[in-house]
Structure formats: C-alpha cells, structure tokens
Design a binder for this molecule. Structure first.
Ligand code: ZN
Ligand code: ZN
Length: 409
C-alpha cells in the first residue's frame, strides 16, 4: 500500500528552510522525498497544494486516563468507565496532530498495545505505567482526614500513580512497572497542585529512594522522569541522576546549570496552569488545589528563559486534565512568547523523539523514518504559533502511513 503526498513544502526542525517535495510512503515508512508521479496500482495520491508537510507532533507530558480534573475522583472511577473515558481523549490528541505522546502516569502498556493493534484510535503511546510517590506525595489523593490505606486505588485504570515508600518498595514498584511494560519510570519529586495534602515545595523522595529508582531504570536501559517545580527538588533530582525534569516552573539559574551539565531534558507544561486558573473551579478542581496554582503559574515564562539561557534541552509538554485537554496546542503560543520558533518546533519533534528514544524513527521528514506527518497552512519555522490554532491551520494527519484526518479542500 502506497501513499503519495504531492506538491508539499517539507519542513522539519533541522532544515534551514522549507524545501519542495513529493513524498512517497510505503508500508508506513517514508520511502522517497522526491517521488515521480508514475501511477501505481494501489497508490493513493493526495495533492497538498503547496502546504507545509512536517513531522507529526509529539507531546511528552500527558495523562490520557485523566478524564477529570479532580484526580482523586478520577482514581475512583470503575475501570471500564475510566477506560471508555480515555478513548475520546486519545482520539482528540490525534485529531490535533499529535501522532505520538509520552504518558507520564496512568496509561497501562495494554492501552499502548491497543493503539498499535488498531483497537483504539489515538497517538502512539510511550508509557510508564503508574507514577511512584511517597505517602502524602503527589499521587496520594486521600483527603487529610482519610486514614484508609493509600494502596487501594493504585491498580485502578484511572489512577495516575501508586504509593511506594523506602528504597525496597521503590525498587519493587519500579521493577513491577518495568516488567509490565513501562518504557521509563516516573516519580513524584515535589508536592503538587492536584493532590490535597502536599504543599508544592515539599520534596517528594529522599536521596536514597530517588537513587534507587534511577538505578532500577538504568539497569533496564532507561531513565527516570520526575515531577518537580522548585530549585531544591530539581537540584536533588539532578544529583540523583534523574534525566527528564517535568514542569520546572520555579527553577533558578544554578539548578538549570546543573541540569544542563548532566544533559537533562526539561519538559515544561505551562498551559495546564492557565487552564487550572481559568477553569479549575468550574471543572471540579479541589479548593486545596485551586489555592496552590499561584505558587507555580506566575513563574512559568521566566522558567523558559532560565532553561534556555542555561542550555537545557526542552521537550513539549502539556499535562492537561479532563475537559482542558482541548487546549493541548496552546502551549505552542505560550512558548512562542519567549522562545524561537525553531526551538519550539524541535521541542515537539526532534527533542521529543530523542526523549522517547525514537529519534531514529520519528521527529524528521526523512527517508526511512516512520510516516507520522501532518500538513499545515504556513511555515512553523517562521511562526510556530500557527500550530496553536489547529482548527484553522491543521489540514492533514497521517500516522504510520495512514490518513487519519483530512481537512484539505
Ligand atoms: Zn506533575
Ligand atoms: Zn503530569
């Protein structure tokens, strides 16, 4: 089965400028960027009319099982309900041009497999299973007065994480997640907004626990991603060998320099804090959570500048929950306020592909790469904010060589 996309302006983050191409796709792989128009029996030809053809987008911080903003309520959903509610979230992501996402807490390996097998329509999923947190940490969603055991939700489909305390439990939990198909390990290394009893500045794990998680991940040829905001939490995580630094809203220059020296990747997620501040109350966010938003929201744009100055690679992330998922592309416009278009484009393509360890298959328009491609109006190398308006500018979504959506005239 062949697909020929003609009359395209090819763009990826490594190209100096767009270049003309006719892209032949065969068995899900890009075969030729300058294909001739010779007719073939089962060849589907689509004329892009000079529009931009670029790599499919990659969001490195999502929770596809988070169908509600109230994460405690989400964790208590019956499994079947939570699973059914995740399906439109995944479909929505693909329809916004995200052909791959890294799920950083909640989605099981079976869901990734379901997408691969065509049982569900959505982005390719790179999963970590459940995120690990200490008692009273960011995946402990018990109300303050709730003294029931914290483990009772951890295998629920809608739970983003599980509790693991002490080196032995952290090792066992990491090994269980890896055995069950985790491609990396996620830990909660700071307090959080969506959980009721942990102030944002609390540090999530001791040095010994964090080091144990990093060793387990390294033994399984992978890395740890950590939820964190504050400079002390980032310093500790970097020293312990954590590779992927999520959020980083309240980072300072010293922590950013330390992160850059270790080759860490930051995954800012600024759009979620806009969504929480604007719609959190209406969408059922706990009052305890509403009160914590200001602690991280106001420093968002400054954190991007600190990271850029220190030379920390940044991947695209959104961290949206519930109804707010539809704002997934707004992060492009937020970042474009302080970062170069090319850097923002890399964050959702080449940097992201490297972070999910698929840089030899995804993130570029190149022969031999997987045919995950989107067509857009305009040139994102000049104005990456055009990607923030998919209803206007997104015209075609191709995943593994299959046309998933077309809004071409
Ligand atoms: Zn987080
Ligand atoms: Zn998250």
């Amino acid at each position: 089965m062949q697909l020929l996309l003609t009359n395209a302006l090819l763009v990826d983050a490594t190209m100096a400028e767009p270049r003309y191409g006719n892209v032949l796709i065969e068995n899900g792989v890009i075969r030729d960027l300058d294909a001739r128009r010779a007719p073939a029996e089962d060849r589907n030809v689509v004329d892009l009319g000079g529009r931009t053809l670029m790599p499919g987008l990659i969001d490195c911080h999502v929770h596809v099982v988070a169908s509600m903003m109230n994460l405690s309520a989400n964790a208590q959903l019956p499994d079947a309900t939570a699973m059914l509610r995740s399906l439109p979230i995944m479909r929505g992501m693909l329809a916004r041009g995200f052909t791959t996402v890294r799920d950083v807490g909640g989605a099981p390996y079976a869901l990734a497999e379901g997408v691969e097998q065509g049982l569900a329509e959505g982005p390719r999923l790179v999963v970590c299973g459940k995120a690990l947190s200490k008692t009273g940490g960011h995946t402990d969603f018990r109300a303050r007065a709730d003294t029931h055991d914290p483990y009772r939700w951890q295998n629920r489909f809608g739970a983003l994480g599980r509790i693991a305390d002490g080196v032995d439990e952290v090792r066992r939990a990491a090994r269980q997640e890896l055995r069950q198909g985790a491609r990396f390990i996620k830990i909660m290394a700071n307090g959080g907004v969506g959980s009721p009893t942990d102030p944002v500045a609390w540090i999530g794990y001791s040095v010994d626990e964090m080091t144990a998680a990093v060793q387990e991940a390294a033994d399984a040829q992978t890395y740890v991603a950590a939820h964190l905001y504050t400079a002390p939490a980032i310093q500790r995580a970097v020293q312990c060998g954590v590779h992927s630094l999520e959020h980083c809203n309240v980072i300072d220059a010293e922590a950013a320099v330390a992160a850059a020296a270790k080759g860490c990747v930051a995954v800012p997620t600024l759009v979620i804090f806009e969504a929480l501040a604007q719609d959190g109350e209406r969408l059922g966010l706990l009052p305890e959570s509403m009160a914590k938003i200001g602690d991280v929201r106001n420093s968002g744009l400054a954190s991007l500048e600190i990271l850029r100055k220190a030379g920390v690679a940044m991947a695209y992330g959104t961290d949206l929950l519930g109804e707010a998922h539809e704002r997934q592309c707004e992060e492009f416009a937020i970042r474009a306020q302080v970062l170069d278009s090319r850097d923002v484009l890399s964050s959702a393509t080449t940097v992201a592909a490297k972070l999910i360890r698929m840089e030899d298959k995804l993130g570029l328009v190149r022969e031999g790469f997987l045919a995950d491609l989107i067509a857009v109006e305009g040139n994102p190398l000049e104005d990456v904010a055009l990607l923030a308006a998919p209803s206007r500018n997104l015209k075609l979504v191709v995943q593994a060589g299959q046309i998933r959506h077309s809004w071409l005239p």
